[in-house]
Design a protein around this ligand. Structure first.
Ligand code: 2HG
Ligand code: ZN
Length: 487
């Protein structure tokens, strides 16, 4: 079920709490006025608006620890927040949480970059794009890449185990983190900033915090893995013969292009149409309408790989095998960028077509075509006129199965179908052995759905971990797990 979207007035904070916060973070680290708070409680689609009495912005790990201790002393809950670009409202405080927001944006330093060790130590509030650029300056590459990279923060990427467009080659954020610094729910600082590729000394605690959505502690810094800078990239925009051909096409690409393949993204005709209609500076790379497209990219750290030759041979064989209708191979960086601009506009341009109900699903890659046709049939028979908008990381078996409202329908009438449509789609996903949240996490938006589908044993083990690390349930309550009474 969707969280409430109406701000409600909050219970007053205990006497002396705000002055104590101000003593820790100073004037510029504390927002208490409605206009300053509003962007921090509004999720990026503008659909959910939460409420909080203040937003605190510590400048150091020591300040984070002091803020958390103060909250512990007064039983005040904390919602850690990065760039507030998430899609499941994990970084927003809702009125019922009675929480303050702890925003990490002032902690934005690169603490260290070690090109020989291929690591970089960054604070949680660093913007992802700044990290990519700092790595590039040192002739290195940090592969995490997503549409919001100009504003999302690495702490949020780690807390949500973000995916993005390079997962097929480099894995999710989880695979890119070597060490973490975390302020625990008690306000202690855990220095786990190890720059090691091998450390087999017990439970891998950092993995517990990665993807925990701020429910176990606050990530304040991380050691990230770097890779050799990419010297060569090849990008192709392909018109598929039919959706069923996407999995064998990926197989062919993997056998001919090998590990240089980093992206394999699905784009339906409807997304291209919306992008051409609402986006800026968007062109149709093929000029001919096809039902499904693949945007594929490979890159290499050395020019010897001769990617253009590999690509040409791949495209020839794909044509010969009848898997594709047509393809455009980017001739230069500007053309490759224009293919990606189209991909990056998909979410924004869907917004221009009215209400969208999103599903971020994974099924085994080979089952994606069957999933899309089953789900389309089910939602179209439930709500005639609905516009399925399935796109995304098909190479990872992950599709954003978004549903645009029937044209002309009132948006609120459409959104009234939210829960029912979620259940129709997710039943099919789970029946096919899939996941109801492949990369966006659970947050508040998918809480009930996750409880419905996850086994009681898994939920119980998660609750036991939560209870042992945050016994007072002050860290992001009501996200990922249901609120248990505060003890
Ligand atoms: C993407 O892959 C993002 O573009 C956003 O994960 C997905 O809008 C969405 O549902
Ligand atoms: Zn995505």
């Amino acid at each position: 079920m969707a969280p409430s979207s109406t701000p409600v007035s909050l219970p007053a904070l205990p006497d002396g709490f705000l002055p104590a916060l101000k003593r820790i973070v100073g004037d510029r680290g504390l927002l208490t006025k409605a206009e300053g708070i509003l962007p921090h409680v509004t999720e990026q689609r503008g659909r959910f608006v939460g409420a909080t009495a203040c937003v605190v912005k510590p400048g150091t790990t020591g300040e984070v620890a002091q803020v958390i201790k103060l909250c512990q002393d007064h039983d005040i809950a904390i919602v850690p927040q990065g760039g507030n670009t998430g899609l499941v409202s994990a970084g927003i405080a809702f009125a019922e949480d009675r929480a303050i927001i702890l925003n990490l944006s002032r902690m934005n330093k690169v603490r260290n970059l070690d090109p020989l060790n291929n690591t970089m130590t960054v604070e949680a509030g660093c913007i992802l794009q700044n990290i990519q650029e700092a790595a590039a300056k040192a002739d290195r590459f940090f592969p995490l890449s997503l549409g919001s990279e100009g504003s999302c923060q690495i702490g949020g990427n780690i807390a949500s185990n973000a995916g993005g467009i390079n997962v097929i080659r480099y894995g999710n954020t989880r695979a890119l983190v070597l060490g973490l610094e975390v302020v625990t729910a008690d306000g202690e600082i855990w220095d786990g900033l190890r720059s090691l590729r091998k450390d087999n000394t017990g439970y891998d605690l950092k993995q517990l915090f990665i993807g925990s959505e701020g429910t176990l502690g606050v990530i304040t810094a991380a050691v990230l893995k770097l890779f050799p800078a990419m010297k060569e990239r090849s990008t192709a925009f392909i018109g598929l013969r039919q959706l069923d051909d996407a999995p064998p096409l990926l197989g062919l690409a993997q056998s001919l292009i090998g590990e240089a393949l980093n992206s394999f993204e699905l784009i339906p005709r409807i997304a291209l149409d919306f992008a051409l209609k609402h986006g800026q500076d968007i062109t149709d790379p093929l000029g001919q309408p096809y039902d499904w497209y693949i945007l594929l990219e490979a890159s290499a750290g050395t020019p010897q790989a001769n990617l253009p030759l590999l690509f040409e041979s791949f495209l020839e064989q794909a044509l010969e095998a009848g898997l594709i209708h047509d393809a455009a191979l980017a001739q230069n960086t500007a053309q490759a960028d224009s293919f990606w601009r189209l991909r990056e506009n998909i979410t924004l341009c869907q917004k221009a077509e009215g209400g969208s109900i999103k599903h971020d699903i994974a099924v085994p890659l080979s089952a994606i075509p069957a999933f899309i046709s089953k789900a389309n049939a089910a939602v179209e028979s439930y709500l005639p006129g609905i516009r399925p908008y399935p796109f995304g990381h098909i190479g990872d078996g992950n599709i954003h199965y978004n549903l645009s409202q029937p044209p002309g329908m009132d948006i609120n009438d459409y959104l009234a179908h939210w829960d029912r449509l979620n259940r129709i789609v997710h039943d099919i996903v789970v029946d096919m052995g899939g996941s109801i949240s492949a990369e966006h996490g659970i947050g508040r938006v998918k809480l009930e759905e996750n409880l419905h589908y996850k086994s009681p044993l898994e939920i119980r083990m998660m609750q036991q971990i939560k209870q042992s690390l945050d016994p007072k349930n002050l860290m992001n309550p009501g996200k990922l797990l249901p609120v248990s009474p505060r003890s």
